[in-house]
Design a protein around this ligand. Structure first.
Ligand SMILES: [Zn+2]
Length: 540
């Protein structure tokens, strides 16, 4: 049998009522419907995944056809069998496939093939439905021919389309080799041929897209409530003191009660609020953040409760407030201690009535929102001083969670620092970015008045300054490396032990001598062995 002798009318049997290819059922597709589907797929899952799905589809199709060809015919020349692949593409109408060159040595496994596709249906429809493309688009053709040749040779064969009609060329050109001949060049293309995890990834991606769209819509409407969120998961920390915080969060999460989070600036109040939301039954619903101290009273009121067009100057159209946006989800009111008495009263009403009235309207709207509030202020003191309403305070503070400052839980510093360093490495594309051991000492002994946010910012700066993938002390902000032991004593609430002070002082001297140990030992009046030993002594 020779590939050129294949005839569609002989291969395909229409007489049985259903279309069959020697016992295997076929379906005719409408190419325009397929083009529409392709367009939908692109918008639903993005190019990367659409390409994977369609390549994989072609791949399975090619394998099925190769199996049929092997079953039906007796091929005396194995090359003729391989040529049946492009021939079938032509007969099935997907493109006019012309082989430009073909070599295969079944002993060495070397395979190479050059192929030209004229009038590729995929390219033509892509042009018509989506328009010109920067990259080749004949994903099914590529998948098909790879699947066919893989089946036909019994080894991994991959094709890559080098130029495509959808890029404005006259024809599409592809080349294929065996896995060994490709070497590393095929690696970027391999995922397109593999099936694993597509389903999961599509689901995850679709979910991400949904969340991003929501966030984007919110950001567009509320540009001023966008806030940088440090993305560390609270589980990254390991101190007993923070474990208790997390434990409270997990316990309170399933109940719809209000939670009040207190703690210094930068301790991660928003992260904890997000965590509570993620552990609650509302986790699939919106989590909306507003920083109450970032806006003047009139704007904040509009942001919180929404307004009707014309309610105030600048209110050009009706707008939902974030209570409505967070409906069935969670709202995080950060820096609640800063809101004015007028807004406190309105907020109290919203929480009591479970309904919100937009500015300029009379009609109340029902809302179902869980409230998490936070402040860095001493809110009890505000209540006593009557700058914060007592009734609102009690409504918000059903459960209070206090996040201790970072200096109260020093064992969290290094894990967090490592976590942020890894993150920065990813963010700045510096794989393997790490902290030098000297850095750890500095990080550990600094009091971190700005807490976790300060730590994250310090490491971001350090990552930017570092060059060879290692963060050294000189890359850290000077406030951290120049804090002298004496300053540390003054800023520490609990004074350090003599051994700790000694160690810090040794480091300070080492810093001055440019890490020269014998000079440092001379200044300190001890031997280098003693210096070595003192440095090695583990902290209690
Ligand atoms: Zn093409």
């Amino acid at each position: 049998m020779q590939a050129k002798d294949l005839r569609i009318e002989e291969l395909v049997d229409f007489s049985a009522g259903l279309i069959q290819l020697q016992g295997r059922r076929l379906i005719l597709h409408d190419i325009h419907a397929f083009a529409q589907f392709r367009k939908d797929l692109l918008s639903m899952v993005g190019q990367e995944h659409a390409q994977r799905i369609l390549t994989r589809f072609g791949y399975l199709w090619g394998q099925a056809d190769a199996a049929a060809m092997q079953r039906i015919f007796n091929w005396s020349d194995p090359l003729e069998f391989l040529k049946a692949g492009p021939r079938l593409q032509t007969l099935q109408g997907v493109a006019v496939a012309i082989i430009k060159s073909l070599q295969w040595d079944s002993n060495t496994g070397r395979f190479s093939m050059n192929l030209v596709w004229h009038r590729s249906g995929e390219a033509v429809e892509h042009l018509a439905e989506i328009g010109p493309s920067e990259d080749p688009v004949c994903w099914i053709l590529v998948g098909y021919i790879s699947g066919f040749m893989t089946y036909g040779t019994g080894q991994e064969i991959y094709f890559v389309e080098r130029s495509c009609r959808a890029q404005g060329k006259n024809v599409c050109v592809a080349e294929g080799f065996d896995r060994a001949s490709w070497g590393a060049d095929i690696l970027p293309y391999l995922p397109y041929f593999q099936s694993d995890g597509i389903q999961d990834k599509i689901q995850r991606l679709t979910h991400e897209i949904e969340l991003k769209n929501r966030a984007l819509a919110r950001a567009r409407r509320h540009p001023q409530i966008q806030k940088k969120t440090s993305g560390f998961p609270p589980v990254e920390v390991r101190s007993a003191i923070y474990a208790r915080v997390l434990d409270s969060a997990v316990r309170v999460a399933p109940f719809d009660t209000s939670v009040f989070i207190t703690g210094e600036s930068g301790v991660g109040k928003e992260v904890l609020a997000r965590y509570i939301h993620s552990q609650s039954a509302r986790s699939e619903q919106p989590f909306v953040v507003i920083n109450c101290s970032a806006l003047p009273e009139t704007l904040l009121e509009g942001e919180l409760f929404g307004y009707k067009a014309g309610a105030f100057t600048g209110a050009r159209q009706d707008r939902k407030g974030i209570f409505e946006e967070a409906d069935s989800g969670t709202i995080f009111l950060d820096e609640i201690g800063d809101i004015t008495p007028a807004i406190q009263l309105k907020l109290l009403r919203v929480l009591q009535e479970r309904e919100v009235v937009r500015l300029g309207e009379n009609r109340p709207r029902k809302i179902d929102v869980r409230v998490i509030a936070a402040t860095h202020q001493d809110i009890k003191k505000c209540v006593v001083e009557q700058s914060f309403r007592e009734d609102l305070y009690y409504r918000l503070i059903v459960v209070e969670i206090e996040i201790p400052p970072l200096r109260a839980r020093p064992e969290d510093i290094i894990p967090l620092a490592r976590y942020f360093t890894k993150n920065m490495g990813r963010k700045f594309k510096m794989s393997g970015l790490k902290l030098s051991p000297q850095c750890l000492e500095y990080l550990q002994s600094y009091p971190w008045p700005g807490n976790i946010r300060e730590l994250e910012n310090a490491l971001e700066r350090a990552a930017v300054y570092s060059q060879d993938g290692v963060i050294q002390p000189e890359h850290l902000p000077p406030t951290i490396t120049h804090s002298s032991p004496l300053q540390t004593i003054q800023s520490e609430k609990t004074p350090m032990t003599l051994a700790e002070l000694e160690k810090q002082y040794i480091h300070a001297v080492l810093e001055q001598t440019g890490q020269n140990r014998s000079r440092a030992a001379k200044i300190l009046g001890i031997s280098t062995t003693t210096l070595w030993r003192k440095l090695k002594t583990p902290e209690k």
